[in-house]
Ligand binder design. Structure first.
Ligand SMILES: Cc1ncc(COP(=O)(O)O)c(C=O)c1O
Length: 453
């Protein structure tokens, strides 16, 4: 029989999956280490178990003890699995800005969730920091994990994630790129890979609003770099002990919008349903692509599963409210939808003005393209006819060619509403659309107003 003794044994050996469409312009081979197949759906299972085992070895926690950590998501889930398998209690201290779903998920796996107000100073006894500290002091046989400074975090990646990547790429990896939060992943994997081959480049993905990139480049901890941002899991306003800045060759910063947009693109274009920091990481690869050659093998690590973000990056309203959604612009085809099946009303240049007037009346239209030898050669419109007929009603028997204006511009069916609107003005009341079947249709000012209003 082939089975695991408990759920913790299923952690690791995650797949390496080639990215195809999103990286089609990147010369290197780009492989994603997809960590969602861990039982807690994130890479954090690895370090959560390692930190607990390390605490057991060091005697920080004894059988039946209580694990305490301030975490909203992935680390909490990993700790919960470890706590269940090893017989500990788990208390997760969360700020009230975290979603109810996140709290419910932690409760589902047996954690006690303590919620603290977000809008208080760190020194306030109700704050997340004060409450975690107090709980750790008051609860007998308890252990405060502190994933930021607990170096068992990066050790887990040095022992597991790094060797897996080295073996899976048969030592051909040239670049490792990943989002940086506590720093555990990049530092542990980076150390292992550089020990195997010092030429492997280690690139960190940072956010705007985080201190990492500037600190790495200048050694300055600049508080001006700190401001609120949306991207989850990466970037910090502190320097966690787990970040080994010497291992990291370069940081690239990715915007909140790009991280969100690329998270969605990974799901839709690669079928890889992963979290927000994965979107940032793959965008980081694209930002660095000029540094890559055909011989390079890039591994980008995707931390967690997309299901944790269905109410956020995968929700159109959430994206729209933040201006992150690239609205699909209406095209010429959309604009002619209401009259696409009607033939284009036109006149021959040798027809009389009286014919133009009766066609306008019959079809209730105010402009008609004029044709000669199968080409558009002009336009008659009600405004011009009105002015001319007021002056001289006898012109009704003159040919249209004597009064027509320049022909209307022609656009392709794929032209978008912005391009079309720019062509329509006081002199040009409409544009013609060339359809795939070789026929033409017309877009008037009213079609545009109709599409916008
Ligand atoms: C979703 C997600 N992405 C990225 C990270 C960053 O990983 P690390 O803390 O190992 O730097 C984390 C953890 O903090 C995370 O939960």
């Amino acid at each position: 029989m082939k089975y695991y003794n408990n759920i913790l044994e299923t952690i690791g050996n995650t797949p390496l999956v080639k990215i195809n469409k999103l990286t089609k312009d990147v010369k290197a081979t780009v492989l994603a280490k997809v960590e969602t197949t861990n039982p807690g759906n994130s890479v954090k299972d690895r370090m959560a178990v390692k930190m607990v085992e390390d605490a057991e070895e060091k005697g920080w926690i004894k059988p039946g003890g209580t694990i305490i950590e301030g975490t909203s998501g992935n680390t909490g889930m990993g700790l919960a699995l470890a706590a269940i398998a090893k017989g500990y209690k788990l208390i997760c201290v969360l700020a009230d800005k975290q979603s109810k779903e996140k709290m419910d998920i932690l409760r589902a796996v047996g954690a006690e969730v303590v919620v603290c107000p977000t809008a208080v100073e760190p020194e306030d006894p109700r704050s997340y920091y004060s409450v975690s500290k107090r709980l750790a002091e008051e609860t007998p046989n308890s252990w405060y994990v502190n994933q930021y400074d607990n170096l068992a975090n990066r050790q887990a990646h040095y022992e597991q994630t790094g060797p897996e990547i080295w073996e899976q790429t048969e030592g051909k990896i040239t670049h490792f790129i990943v989002g940086v939060g506590t720093g555990g992943t990049i530092s542990g994997v980076g150390k292992y890979l550089k020990e195997q081959n010092p030429n492997v480049k280690i690139w960190g993905v940072d956010t705007y609003g985080s201190v990492f990139k500037k600190y790495h480049e200048t050694g300055i901890f600049d508080e001006n770099e700190i401001y609120p941002y949306i991207t989850e899991g990466i970037g910090e306003d502190i320097l966690p002990k787990n970040v080994d800045f010497d291992i990291i060759d370069h940081f690239t910063k990715v915007t909140d919008k790009d991280a969100a947009v690329y998270t969605r693109r990974l799901a839709r274009e690669e079928g890889i349903f992963v979290g927000n920091s994965a979107g940032a990481a793959i965008k980081g690869v694209l930002q660095m692509q000029d540094e890559l050659t055909e011989d390079d093998v890039v591994v980008v690590l995707f931390h967690d599963h997309g299901s944790r973000y269905v109410g956020k990056m995968f929700n159109d309203d959430w994206m729209r409210e933040r201006g992150f959604l690239e609205e699909e612009k209406k095209t010429a085809l959309d604009l002619i939808e209401s009259h696409a099946n009607l033939p284009l009303v036109s006149l021959m240049s040798e027809e009389l003005i009286s014919h133009a007037v009766s066609k306008m009346r019959d079809f209730k239209i105010s402009q008609i393209p004029v044709m000669k030898d199968g080409e558009f050669v002009g336009l008659v419109d009600d405004k011009t006819l009105f002015e001319l007929l007021i002056d001289n009603p006898n012109i009704v028997d003159d040919p249209i060619s004597t009064v027509m204006k320049d022909p209307l511009p022609v656009v392709e069916a794929s032209a978008n509403i912005d391009q079309i609107s720019k062509l329509i003005n006081r002199e040009t009341p409409a544009v013609l659309v060339k359809l795939e079947n070789g026929k033409y249709n017309i877009i008037t000012r009213y079609d545009i107003i109709d599409a916008i209003a």
